[in-house]
Design a protein around this ligand. Structure first.
Ligand code: PEP
Ligand code: MN
Length: 344
């Protein structure tokens, strides 16, 4: 930890900070420059974390030297990471997460049948969405609920990908399936429930495919960044972070979408940020407002669920947008993006 004193800080104030550091069990190292004094706190920095040293008289700035997430931190890499998905077919453009153009990912919660998937992919493409989502392996709370089509679902995704040229994002739940899923997926999703499945994170870290990590239901932003660290430290730099709502005491929504996570993440990390307002709210009529807000807040991508007939959906129907509503949202997102110097 480095504490930079204000210009003109008095010797008493410098000694006050040094004494405080000693009290907390670290050793102060005072170095007086020409203009100001800088105090290094030598020792276990974790003891100083969450201590408001910047409130001490004469302190101008406090800098943590070591972030627990070394590779994910903006301090370690000041230029923003762009995660690029190469074109699926000739003539199509690559999809870049992290540049000025906001990426919209859309599709059904689950892959249900090939015709529906193809129809939804066409809606996504026509409306200007650039990545198709759809779960083949589904993490369901109940073992009696639809578990996804598994390998057959992956095959349908591969067919629709070929047919439409849209890159696809789909979830992997098991370390044993990583290769299989990565063969089809342009982006492999680690779901909220697996955010701290460290073996799965290591396994997706060893594959070269971009990975989107969804924030766990009860996980902090720092924990999300530490999960990214697992993937990065295994050698896969192509990581997207997804805010998808956290569990709070508020029952009006399925989860509480923590939109402040977007600017916090932008401050902390160079990795692209995705917001999922579908799982974040659980109600279709709240999806568009929160998607607009996500773009306004600085998200690099938005992921939404759509369905041709939400009341018949095999999972998450109540949060699915109809294709027309999705197309309308795309137009709104273009306007919001323009207002914050971006495009969709
Ligand atoms: C999903 O994206 O379909 C999903 C299950 O999301 P989450 O892991 O955020 O609940
Ligand atoms: Mn879902």
């Amino acid at each position: 930890m480095i504490i930079v004193m204000k210009q003109g800080a008095t010797p008493d104030q410098v000694e006050g900070v040094a004494a405080h550091i000693r009290e907390l069990g670290l050793t102060p190292h005072v170095s007086a420059g020409e203009e100001r004094v800088v105090i290094g706190a030598i020792g276990d920095e974790a003891k100083l974390r969450d201590r408001p040293l910047d409130m001490l008289p004469g302190v101008e700035n406090v800098m943590q030297v070591v972030k627990p997430y070394r590779l994910a931190s903006l301090a370690a890499q000041p230029q923003r990471t762009c995660v690029t998905i190469p074109p699926v077919s000739p003539g199509r453009e690559p999809v870049v997460f992290g540049d000025a153009r906001v990426v919209v990912i859309a599709g059904p919660c689950s892959v249900e049948d090939p015709d529906m998937l193809l129809a939804m992919a066409r809606c996504v493409k026509e409306a200007g969405g650039r990545v198709l989502r759809g779960g083949a392996f589904k993490p369901r709370t109940s073992p009696y609920a639809f578990q996804g089509l598994g390998v057959r679902g992956l095959q349908y995704l591969a067919e629709v990908r070929r047919e439409t040229g849209l890159p696809v994002m789909t979830e992997v739940m098991d370390t044993r399936d990583v290769e299989l899923v990565a063969e089809v997926a342009d982006v492999v999703q680690v779901g909220a429930r697996n955010m701290q499945n460290f073996n799965l994170l290591k396994a997706v870290g060893r594959c070269g495919t971009p990975v989107m990590i969804k924030r766990g239901l009860a996980n902090t932003i720092e924990e999300l960044l530490m999960s990214a660290e697992y993937v990065l430290s295994e050698g896969n730099p192509r990581v997207l972070l997804c805010e998808r709502g956290i569990r709070t005491f508020e029952p009006a929504t399925r989860n509480t979408l923590d939109l402040s996570a977007v600017p916090v993440l932008r401050r902390e990390t160079h990795l692209p940020i995705v917001v999922d307002p579908s799982h974040g709210t659980g109600h279709w009529d709240l999806v568009a407002p929160m998607a607009r807000a996500a773009v306004a807040a600085g998200a690099d991508a938005v992921a939404v669920e759509i369905h041709p007939c939400p009341e018949r959906a095999l999972s998450d129907g109540s949060q699915a947008l109809l294709p027309d509503t999705f197309a309308q949202l795309m137009r709104q997102l273009a306007a919001v993006a323009a207002a914050v110097g971006r495009t969709v």
